[in-house]
Design a protein around this ligand. Structure first.
Ligand SMILES: Nc1ncnc2c1ncn2[C@@H]1O[C@H](COP(=O)(O)OP(=O)(O)OP(=O)(O)O)[C@@H](O)[C@H]1O
Ligand SMILES: [Mg+2]
Length: 477
């Protein structure tokens, strides 16, 4: 995104921002004193309540005070220490720290002072602000951040962390942190603030009361109501607003009234891809000129933009995927496939941090797979699905991954392929895939025939055991 456009968007968002006076005052006071009453601000609140919007305002205040600001969004981070340091290095525009990527998860951080250590670079900046958004995705490294990473930052660095869940008890009970932390629970806008927002956005006064009542001042719901109003029919919108889930009802109304099929497809790509750039849109739609639709997407209230592209609010994504899936399954399948191919192409070509992001994008194409949903949709497991380069010791697990993985392993000279498959409606394993597999020398173990298949790896052998047979293979060192 060009700097000028990003600047204009930012100015527009600032102009629409309402309320949060206490939080802004608290933060501003901390910026302007040498001994702030806290060094870590933990913000929490439900999806769409306005955490990211508030962080944007914090950023503006810090920049106005002339301080360097670094922002890391948990959704672009592999939740390992190295993943975090790598994202921070990118935000600071310094090279990836040593050991990234490929170190196993849980490796402690570099000792302070290691060249290129992003914590060291941040500390050396003097007074600075670190903003960490979408913290619920970083739950797996909550302990590491608390016990290892943040304590190594100089107390001149003011840190703000925003997530959907209240902070773990350890932040408040640890005698070290207790005095340095301030916890703030964000809630909906009050009636006056919500009315002010609607007024700023040019919503006719006769609608204010009803809109504030049905949205209860929930910022995302209010913003969505405005998008729907722009489509034209206020009465039809209000009719939908009686529904128990206002966000869902508004989104449904929005997708029902999309201006053209082209807009629908663009929205579909945005819902299916983890992040959408113009390149993703071009590849998915198989069209050259997608600029206007990308701009349209970017202006939607439920679409956020970060340094790696656009993404819809999680609350919106579910509704969009479900709607677009039943509306035109064939088109959806085509777009989905192209998004996957695009992510895989980037994954193969990229290195370092760019490869980590491409891995996240690729994994995300499994968003609607029931197994993967456990990882993406629950705050305590989100971020645990990682893409890291395979190590020799991962071989046995890779074999068990699935039929595509099995084919590539077999091609590399592995002798057993485990196809994890149960009774299913999808025709798995696909006959073509089995055909390809039989062209290799790998022996196929199917869990629908062999029951649970276990693999025991010893130094130079691998024993595969199923319900009906057992076999030992020699493996290369
Ligand atoms: N104080 C505010 N004034 C005006 N608009 C706001 C305010 N807070 C939030 N909004 C708008 O509401 C929408 C949702 O806000 P935001 O993205 O900040 O929520 P969030 O808490 O970060 O949600 P999530 O947990 O899903 O990341 C955005 O379109 C944002 O611009
Ligand atoms: Mg957010």
């Amino acid at each position: 995104m060009s700097g000028a456009v990003a600047g204009r968007l930012e100015a527009a968002r600032r102009a629409c921002f309402v309320g949060r006076a206490d939080e802004l005052e608290l933060f501003e006071a901390a910026l302007h004193t040498d001994e702030p009453p806290f060094t870590l601000l933990l913000l929490h609140g439900s999806g769409g309540v306005g955490k990211t919007a508030l962080l944007h305002r914090f950023r503006g205040l810090a920049e106005r005070a002339g301080l360097p600001v670094v922002r890391v969004d948990g959704r672009d981070v592999q939740a390992t220490p190295n993943g975090f340091r790598s994202a921070l290095a990118e935000a600071l525009d310094v090279p990836d720290p040593p050991g990234v990527p490929g170190d196993p998860p849980g490796v402690p951080g570099d000792p302070p002072g290691v060249p290129g250590d992003p914590a060291g670079v941040l500390g050396a900046a003097g007074r600075a602000v670190l903003l960490v958004d979408t913290y619920e995705s970083l739950t797996p490294i909550d302990g590491w951040l608390r016990d290892e990473f943040l304590p190594r930052l100089p107390d001149r660095v003011l840190v703000v962390v925003a997530g959907r869940q209240p902070p773990a008890a350890a932040w408040r009970t640890d005698p070290g942190w207790r005095d340095l932390v301030r916890v703030i629970a964000l809630s909906n806008l009050d009636a006056g603030e919500a009315t002010g927002y609607l007024r700023t956005m040019g919503v006719p006064a006769w609608l204010h009361r009803d809109l504030v009542d049905v949205t209860h001042g929930h910022p995302l719901a209010l913003a969505l109501a405005i998008d729907v109003l722009r489509q034209g029919d206020a009465a039809a919108m209000l009719e939908r607003m009686g529904a128990p889930d206002v966000v869902q009802a508004l989104l449904q109304r929005f997708v029902d009234e999309l201006p053209t099929v082209g807009h629908r497809h663009a929205l579909q790509v945005c819902a299916e891809a983890r992040t959408t750039t113009e390149a993703v849109l071009r590849a998915a739609l198989d069209e050259e000129d997608v600029h206007a639709r990308f701009e349209w997407l970017r202006r939607l209230s439920f679409v956020e933009h970060g340094p790696h592209g656009l993404f819809p609010h999680d609350l919106a994504r579910d509704v969009l995927v479900a709607d677009l899936k039943w509306r035109d399954p064939e088109v959806r399948a085509t777009l989905h496939r192209r998004i996957r191919v695009h992510a895989m192409t980037r994954l193969r070509a990229a290195r370092g941090r760019a490869q980590q992001l491409a891995a996240l994008d690729f994994l995300f194409t499994e968003y609607s797979d029931p197994v993967f949903r456990q990882y993406w949709n629950q705050w305590d497991t989100m971020g645990q699905a990682l893409g890291e380069p395979a190590q020799p010791s991962d071989r046995a697990e890779i074999l068990a991954l699935g039929i595509d993985a099995a084919v590539s392993c077999s091609a590399a000279g592995v002798s057993a392929a485990i196809v994890s498959v149960g009774v299913n409606r999808y025709g798995h394993p696909a006959p073509e895939a089995l055909g390809r597999l039989s062209a290799t020398h790998a022996e196929v173990w199917r869990t629908d025939r062999e029951g649970t298949v276990t693999v025991t790896v010893a130094e130079s052998t691998m024993t595969v055991r199923g319900r009906r047979s057992v076999r030992t293979y020699s493996i290369r060192p």
